[in-house]
Design a protein around this ligand. Structure first.
Ligand SMILES: [Zn+2]
Length: 325
């Protein structure tokens, strides 16, 4: 198929030809010093028609695992063999990424700033730019995140599992867990869904660290998702069916003190099970941290110094439909 038979594809004002890879530096914001900050965006356009698939990472600037996931995915894709196009932004929050921060320089959370406006604040403008550049030219996509605040996450996907195409995508992704999650106002996923797109969030590992196991799960999941929508060939399905949960909740610290965790990520727990203990600094009292509901440990704090009420263990709750699965 020749170029002329494919519809025009423009990303950030650049026309992308069939079978082409383009690495774009998209002007994101001018610093107070006058220098321009650019968001890197790679576009891979297949020689044949197919869906548009966006990949975004480091919307929270310290959540760098997705950046590596996108790098590995892009290295495996041959634009000539691709059907459709991939728009990949490995470092969305360029400011936060540079200084290891979740936030933008104005302390705003970019993932609470969507859909944004081209006439708004820094966060609002960047949100709008991401939607226009990455989401608008595509049909579906995945936004890659990690745990925040010294928390680590079991590899998992989140999305509106009541929507059939989203649920199918979550199943084929093949992460250990898939969690139903309603649309959050201000998030990239929320804005994408409202624009009629199919969107998933991947969560895995922790901020400011690479975790090879998590990266492997995410790379394999993205490749399976691309194959699922017909963009690439030769990908084998996931061996295991993900644990599915309709909801999740945090078990909080019963007292201030020092946490000794017992439950590991990916562990199945029963109601009342001791997940860890919180001891005071004298070593005199030790309070158990108990699961309130049966489920799967999908997140955990890595900070042993805790205040009463701090979120310690994130449990994906087993519902009747998946109990015993
Ligand atoms: Zn995040």
């Amino acid at each position: 198929m020749t170029d002329s038979q494919l519809p025009d594809l423009a990303v950030a004002g650049e026309s992308i030809g069939a079978g082409e890879r383009r690495d774009l530096e998209v002007s994101a914001a001018r610093l107070p010093s006058g220098a321009m900050v650019a968001m890197p965006v790679t576009v891979l356009r297949g020689a044949e028609t197919g869906p548009g698939f966006w990949l975004t990472a480091a919307v929270h600037g310290d959540e760098i695992i997705g950046t590596e996931v996108i790098r590995q995915v892009i290295s495996r894709l041959d634009p000539v063999a691709l059907r459709g196009h991939v728009v990949a932004a490995p470092v969305v929050n360029v400011h936060g990424f540079a200084v290891g921060s979740r936030y933008l320089p104005d302390r705003r959370d970019l993932n609470r700033s969507f859909p944004g406006s081209s006439r708004g604040s820094l966060a609002s403008r960047l949100a709008r730019l991401v939607l226009d550049t990455c989401v608008e030219p595509c049909d579906l996509g995945i936004d890659l995140h990690t745990g925040s605040d010294n928390r680590t996450n079991l590899p998992q996907v989140r999305g509106d599992l009541d929507d059939a195409s989203t649920r199918d995508l979550a199943v084929v992704f093949g992460a250990p867990a898939m969690i139903h999650s309603g649309v959050r106002d201000g998030s990239l996923r929320g804005a994408a869904v409202r624009a009629g797109k199919t969107a998933l969030v991947f969560e895995g590992g922790e901020a400011l660290r690479f975790d090879e196991g998590v990266i492997d799960v995410a790379v394999a999941g993205v490749m399976r998702a691309l194959a699922h929508v017909g963009m690439i060939d030769g990908i084998t399905p996931a061996a295991d069916t993900p644990f599915e949960a309709q909801e999740s909740s945090w078990v909080r610290a019963p007292a201030s003190g020092l946490l000794r965790p017992r439950a590991a990520l990916g562990e199945r727990v029963v109601s009342g099970e001791v997940l860890g203990t919180v001891a005071d600094a004298f070593g005199g009292t030790e309070r158990p941290v108990r699961a309130r509901l049966p489920g799967l440990v999908i997140g955990r704090t890595e900070n042993p110094v805790v205040y009463r009420g701090d979120a310690l263990f994130h449990i994906a709750v087993v519902r009747a439909a998946t109990d015993g699965a």
